[in-house]
Design a protein around this ligand. Structure first.
Ligand code: ATP
Ligand code: MG
Length: 412
């Protein structure tokens, strides 16, 4: 084994006191989940403000670092060589050898040594160790230069019950571990934006549930499959997502029949928000998430957003609000949802869309026109809520928790 352990770096700013403990626990839980998917046995431990992943068996380096690279909250992953504690002379040789392996190209590079001595009985203190090891490295590799202020390479050594050597840092995703920040309901369509929006909120430690509005037979089974595929891709980072598939056809047709056509989209959006919020409250979500961005389409002008927002009592998180489409696409490519998002399957909104939708809706006017729906809309909303289909979508499998039309049970 080239590396026996990984030191997990995480951002500590803002997570102090009791919160820090919760943050670390959530991070350790997520790391363990990620490692379950890897060959080999590992021990994850928290010691003196650090998290280590020790390999107890052979493992695949790329697999492990790849999986750890999907865990929010990790800022950096340092592969660690562990050695038994040894006399200073032997230790110098070991550090020189490790450095040589880690950096075969050394010409003109600057470095420093940083030691942490937790084993207080070692004959040299950390200052002395820094100096001695630095000297040994310069002697072995005269092409190097010392720079204590802004070195290109930091050679770390921690003296514990054993010696930990590390230098490389593989970048992590940053953010906060999922589960440290509550839960929110993502309105997930088959488009480019909403999976990115979900990813961004989850990155702050928030667990995701999702709701999709389906309009069969106007939308196909394939369109739903696309949404499931997107949820799978987002689940690579967030863990399993409870996906609620709502049959929206009846409501859409009713709105189409009763309301002015230039207001269809906005009224439809208001019903989506109402229904998503009802599910969110039932499933103890603390907010809603959408992929809206100011001015992207008629239903996302400042006024349209205000009119849509007016039906919600939970906070609505719109992490893409100030993003251009190009910026959203960049993230969607990075997280791997782009290729699925651009598959050409019809969405329920595109089918019932008006030629000239209002861009400056007025709340009172929209609310008045919604009264045209008074006769049947409440029962339709109840029916939509009662007949949802619930899937548990994880990266590599999907399980049906409740079929459409089945009665709802406690805890769903
Ligand atoms: P996306 O934003 O996902 O790319 P879009 O741009 O077509 O799709 P809009 O129709 O503008 O989305 O809707 C804005 C937001 O409303 C979406 O980002 C999504 O959060 C939500 N939304 C739209 N359609 C649906 C749907 N069929 N099911 C669930 N949520 C939806
Ligand atoms: Mg959009």
């Amino acid at each position: 084994m080239k590396y026996q352990s990984f030191l997990i770096k995480y951002a500590e700013i803002g997570v102090k006191g009791k919160n820090r403990g919760l943050f670390e626990e959530a991070l350790v839980r997520q790391i363990r989940l990620a490692l379950k998917r890897c060959e080999g046995k590992f021990r994850v431990s928290r010691t003196s403000g650090r998290i280590f992943v020790d390999a107890l068996e052979e493992y695949d380096f790329d697999e492990v670092t790849g999986e750890l690279g999907t865990v929010f909250g990790i800022v950096g992953i340092c592969p660690v060589r562990i050695l038994e504690v040894m006399e200073p002379e032997e230790l110098k040789k070991a550090v020189v050898a490790f450095f040589g392996e880690e950096y075969p190209e050394r010409a003109g590079r600057t470095f420093k040594v940083r030691t942490r001595r937790l084993a207080k009985n070692y004959p040299l203190d950390s200052q002395e160790l820094n100096a001695e090891l630095g000297e040994a490295l310069l002697e072995a590799y005269p092409e190097l230069q010392v720079d204590v202020h802004e070195p290109q390479i930091v050679m770390h050594m921690e003296l514990r019950e054993r010696v930990y050597l590390y230098s490389h840092v593989l970048p992590g995703l940053g953010g906060m571990p999922v589960g440290s920040g509550g839960k929110a309901m993502l309105l997930l369509s088959g488009g480019i934006d909403s999976p990115v929006a979900g990813y961004m909120i989850a990155k702050r430690g928030v667990k995701l549930d999702a709701t999709y509005f389906n309009a069969p037979p106007y939308t196909s089974e394939r369109a739903f499959q696309k949404v499931v595929d997107l949820a799978k891709e987002v689940a690579r980072f967030t863990g399993p997502i409870y996906l609620h598939n709502i049959n929206f056809t009846e409501i859409q047709l009713y709105i189409y029949e009763k309301c002015p056509h230039d207001e269809l989209t906005i009224i439809m959006r208001r019903y989506m928000m109402r229904i998503a919020e009802a599910i969110a409250k039932r499933t103890e979500c603390q907010g809603l998430i959408t992929g809206e961005s100011i001015g992207q389409v008629a239903s996302q002008t400042m006024r349209s957003l205000a009119v849509t927002n007016a039906v919600c009592t939970l906070p609505v998180f719109r992490p893409l609000i100030g993003f251009d489409k190009e910026e959203i696409i960049t993230v969607s490519k990075k997280i791997g949802t782009f290729e699925t998002s651009i598959q050409p399957y019809e969405d329920c909104c595109t089918i019932f869309v008006a030629k000239h939708p209002v861009t400056k809706p007025i709340l009172d006017v929209i609310a008045r026109h919604e009264h045209n729906l008074d006769e049947k809309i409440d029962e339709m909303v109840e029916r939509a809520l009662a007949t949802d289909e619930i899937l548990i979508v994880d990266r590599d499998h999907v399980r049906v928790l409740k079929k459409a039309e089945e009665p709802l049970q406690e805890g769903m």
